[in-house]
Design a binder for this molecule. Sequence first.
Ligand SMILES: Cc1ncc(COP(=O)(O)O)c(C=O)c1O
Length: 297
Amino acid sequence: MLLIAHPTPIQEIHDARLEQAGVRLLIKRLGLVHPLISGNKWYKLKYNLLAAREQGCETVLSFGGAYSNHIHALAAAGHEYGFKTIGVIRGEAHCPLNATLQFAVDHGMRLTYLNREDYRRKASAEIIEKLKAGFGYFYLIPEGGSNALAVKGCAEIVSDIDESFDVIACACGTGGTLAGLIAGLEGKRRALGIAVLKGGGFLSDEVTKFLQMAIGRQYENWQMVLDYHFGGYAKTNAELIAFIRQFETEHGIPLEQVYTGKLMYALFDMIARGEFERGTSIVAVHTGGLQGRSSLS
Ligand SMILES: Cc1ncc(COP(=O)(O)O)c(C=O)c1O
């Protein structure tokens, strides 16, 4: 099984606000790594799919909400690399399926649903046993695709950057991608995570846990920024939407409201507030997430 990342460009953003602050902003266009397995999802899945193949598992099962980018990516990856896939979806089935779940089904994924209470206990032995009874032997990937092998994959995002930089930043949902960037930095330079959910204080503990699981050590050169969630996961406001529209028009790079829009808004705001020294080069990791949709649809 060949899992080779297509080279993804790094694009410098030219903007008066950056010039004024004396800061360089480069965007690593990870979203272009694969047409359907976009961005960080590709890196998270890489070593998990290799492990599933090595263990002789033909079926990969994972969890997600009805709009999960990870479920979308897993279905596409299963289709491309010859795995059966099962998506365990939070909540009740809705007919017709939304675009994410319809895509998953069209790419061969079987869907099953857990009510919210069972979904909270999805990692418990009881629920896993029930799933095994229903679906047989499978390779399990946690919600959001984040585990030790995902961190190992995301560490390669850093080695795939051939520009010099001081700070690397990404949007955080589970913290797995940020843990990978921190592992990839090996203690040099700085990593910043922008939490996209409210009450994201727990995310720092998650990152610490992922690092321990993946590389068995900790680093100090990173920070979780909690001030740019816009009210919570997938919440937005007119200011964020206006920022995204303007950014897309000026720079021709699509953003969405859940992850990459908040990342970019946060960086521009922090730059304007003088939080980066003059001369700093920042790489913003564009983690994809649009799957062919236009950003604000
Ligand atoms: C586009 C996009 N960006 C960022 C993230 C957040 O990644 P993580 O859950 O590893 O923090 C996700 C979720 O996988 C995503 O789909």
